[in-house]
Ligand binder design. Structure first.
Ligand code: NI
Length: 254
């Protein structure tokens, strides 16, 4: 049993064979997939996919790249959308100072507005943080006191991971943990208790070894669990069980 806690099933890459992608994930032991919105339109798509497929759940939110296009009406629509029974989180939301596709101040404003929205909706949050570790942590410390959630595709250091865990956030590990040169991330995975970890594909991006560079899909989440098991020298089944329980708890999955 595995849960892919971060996928983008609404992507054009999946349009033609979404049914096959979901069948292969079920065959690989993936009992649930959280497909994540990046703006209002993809959030609506995520909810539609979740409605059509029992193993698919949705997160709705505005990604920092899209923050500049967001307006108050979008936030009102997201709050309404968040009440759908298959919406399990607000996300992905956060800060991206690597690509900076939206101005920094606008990213912060939309991030904070969606943390407030999550509080009102009583949902956990899925956080995107790229090269914005200090600002992300300071906003979470000040604004996310009553929130649970997950830092997706984690790229910070061990100290940040431990601080986030103390705040009630899980650390989600994606394909890069399987790459030869990911020494820092692998060391972090060895140190962090499994109880703080979740696994994800972030598909169609970031395919794990041995599919690096190809289209990623939820069935490949097992390569991430396998690598974590090797790093921690524990059985695969143990990693699968604990990360599945963590995801079920945070997202209130059945
Ligand atoms: Ni994503």
């Amino acid at each position: 049993m595995l849960i892919d806690t971060h996928a983008h099933l609404d992507s054009a890459e999946f349009k033609a064979d979404i049914e096959n992608v979901i069948s292969r994930s079920l065959a690989a032991g993936v009992i649930a997939i959280v497909t994540v919105g990046t703006d209002l339109e993809s959030s609506r798509q995520a909810v539609m996919l979740a409605q059509q497929h029992p193993s698919v759940y949705a997160a709705v939110g505005i990604h920092p790249h899209e923050a500049a296009q967001a307006n108050p009406d979008h936030l009102t629509a997201l709050l309404r959308l968040s009440q759908h029974e298959k919406v399990v989180a607000i996300g992905e939301i956060g800060l991206d100072f690597y690509r900076n596709l939206s101005p920094t101040e606008v990213q912060k404003e939309i991030f904070i507005a969606q943390l407030e929205l999550a509080q009102r909706a009583r949902k956990p949050v899925i956080i995107h943080d790229r090269q914005a570790h200090r600002e992300t942590m300071s906003i979470l410390r000040e604004r996310a006191k009553d929130l649970r959630g997950v830092l997706h595709c984690f790229s910070g250091d061990l100290e940040m991971a431990q601080q986030a865990a103390k705040l009630g956030f899980s650390i989600s590990v994606a394909g890069p943990v399987t790459f030869q040169n990911a020494r820092g991330l692998q060391a972090l995975v060895r140190e962090l208790p499994l109880e703080d970890l979740m696994i994800e594909t972030d598909c169609p991006y970031l395919a794990p070894h041995p599919y690096r560079g190809q289209r990623n899909e939820p069935a490949y989440v097992r390569f991430i669990a396998t690598r974590i098991a090797a790093l921690k020298a524990v059985p695969f089944e143990h990693v699968a069980q604990v990360t599945t329980e963590n995801a079920k708890r945070v997202f209130s999955l059945p």
